[in-house]
Design a binder for this molecule. Structure first.
Ligand code: NAD
Length: 307
């Protein structure tokens, strides 16, 4: 059994922490939002009032926070966890953040003799609860080997992506490709509809044709065809438009930093910027289809604001 401080018990963090507790680890939770903290306590996660207290003598500190700025505030700086941690503790950041910040955290940790891996995940809330996430881990061979033991109860697949920062690189590239495929699928479905093609008929064809992709197969954006897709549940998120926009922004930032023109990703980024600016950031990302069609209705809007 290990002592694991788990910081950020939101939509992903809570089910991940529950998997670790279920595997017999001593999980110390930290969550700033009192509603989420109360939910975590009800779910059996012991809540500590400060991250410093939770991290004391911990074998691992796992962060699952909204953005790189949140991770930076927690780990770095004079009162951050890096300033107080012992060399024994392994830091795993599973948040999706920019590659440059992840690389910087590796450097800052190493300068203090600490161990850090970037360990973002793919799979969403359902796979977090089932313990079947994919982990992409950037860091040294030795730190990867240690990290693997901690993430096993949460994962169906664990990949050592290479040096520090490559975990985030894998995550950002994957989600950029997903976003492009989703936007292409939404535009295609709108065109199909206007050409009088029934969505279920088109699904039947496309799912076994060259237009097939994850967003089309699993998260079909037209309602009533794929029962488990958010579109069949009033576009209740799932994966919000705001989070996809964040990931597309991270991809464009990485593109700018590597002189890589990402014209398609930029176009999709514009579509989701518009959605978020129109107050639709809480919709599932597949609600791009009704947004493009100009019919984000009241039923859908109500679903977007469900907790
Ligand atoms: P979320 O907003 O539901 O959870 C983040 C939690 O962190 C919030 O509850 C917030 O109160 C808490 N928090 C912020 N700062 C804190 C601090 N200093 N100390 C303690 N708690 C703090 O977000 P989420 O959907 O769980 O996503 C978390 C991360 O995982 C994001 O980086 C996201 O991009 C990534 N991700 C999300 C999904 C998904 O499907 N939701 C999938 C893969 C990766």
């Amino acid at each position: 059994m290990s002592v694991i401080a788990f910081i950020g018990l939101g939509k992903m963090g809570l089910p991940m922490a529950q998997r670790l507790a279920g595997a017999g680890h001593d999980v110390r939770g930290v969550e700033l939002n009192p509603v989420a903290a109360a939910e975590a306590e009800l779910a059996g996660i012991r809540i500590h009032s400060t991250a410093v207290e939770a991290a004391e003598h911990a074998d691992a500190v796992i962060t699952m926070l909204p953005t790189g700025a949140h991770v930076r505030e927690l780990l770095t700086g004079p009162d951050g966890l890096f300033a107080r941690a012992s060399a024994h503790t392994l830091f795993l950041d599973s948040s999706t953040i920019d590659v440059d910040s992840a690389k910087e955290f590796h450097v800052l940790a190493a300068a203090r003799g600490l161990r850090f891996v970037d360990a973002p995940v793919s799979g969403g809330v359902g796979k977090a609860a089932a313990g079947t996430l994919t982990f992409m881990i950037g860091g040294t061979d030795e730190d990867y080997a240690r990290a693997k033991v901690f993430v096993e109860p949460m994962a169906a697949k664990i990949v050592h992506t290479g040096a520090g920062g490559t975990g985030q690189a894998a995550k950002i590239v994957n989600n950029m490709i997903f976003g492009i495929c989703l936007a292409a699928t939404c535009e295609g479905l709108l065109l199909a509809e206007r050409l009088d093609l029934a969505p279920d008929v088109f699904y039947d064809i496309a799912v076994s044709s060259s237009g097939e992709n994850f967003a089309l197969r699993e998260w079909y954006p037209a309602p009533g065809v794929v029962a488990a897709a958010p579109s069949s549940h009033d576009y209740a998120p799932g994966f919000t438009s705001t989070l996809l926009l964040k990931d597309l922004s991270l991809a464009l930032q990485a593109g700018a930093g590597t002189d890589t023109s990402l014209d398609t990703a930029r176009a999709v980024h514009t579509l989701y910027t518009r959605m978020v600016e129109d107050g639709a950031g809480g919709y599932d990302c597949t609600a791009l289809l009704p947004a493009l069609a100009g019919r984000l209705g009241e039923r859908t809007a109500a679903a977007a604001h469900r907790p």
